[in-house]
Ligand binder design. Sequence first.
Ligand code: HSE
Length: 295
Amino acid sequence: MIKLQIPATSANLGAGFDALGLALEFYNVVEMEESDTIEISSADATPIPTDENNLIYQSVKDVYQICGKKLDGLKMVQTNTIPMTRGLGSSSACIVAGLMGANTLLGNPLNTDDLVDLAAQIEGHPDNTAPALLGGIVTAVFDGRRVHWVKQEVYTKLRFVAMIPDFELKTEKARACLPSEVAHKDAVYNLSRAALFSASLLTGKFENLRTAVHDKLHQPYRMALIPHAREVFDIAYAHGAYAAYISGAGPTIMAIADEENSYFAGKMRFSLDNIGLTGWKVQDMKIDNKGCILV
Ligand code: HSE
């Protein structure tokens, strides 16, 4: 069996809708080997499809098809630490596991660019798939066929603290609520902030992050789909977060805090409990710079 470790990802980073994403030290693990039959199981009792509808299996099959190889079956064991349908890149982690796993089983016929392109084609946008594969913060443009990307490793004293609701928000629903057109000034509002985010993160100008995560393309519409979101943002800022934004399509709210703000996650937990959000999880993470790796 080969064993892959795939990071959670946080996409958009506020203003960089469908363009920016980063990987986090919070991982799914997938073990797989070729087999005569399909034999898929979960190591941690997370309910997963155990037949051909399994997203990892489908991604493995795509690579075999592209490379002209026949896939009779697959034996696979999944450990799903990344919560599903919460805006932390769980489906991208599955796609990347399948693509990288299949490529490894076949002796690496596809290169990194091929895998980045293929993952974005399957998911529809590259901002979760590319960092899940590459690690770090990834700036990506998907032209419909190819992804033009830059990965930058990030070594900061920042922690990314995810407030993960106890309800799901499907990406399709979170995209369906967005307007089909935006005003020119709103486009400028976003592109300037998206650029400011990566430049500030990479140069340590963290005081810019609060301005950089504001946007007019998706968060104002998605807030309505996430009960208590406004309160959670306010609490995060009250506890000294540099910035807070909706992670990916939501419903997770991500806060960026200084490493020296040692008790930030504990304070968030306490405050969420105080307003009755006892079912929400608080996950304290650092940036992952490795992406999907064999372990
Ligand atoms: N950029 C995507 C969105 C991320 O916001 O819809 C979700 O996969």
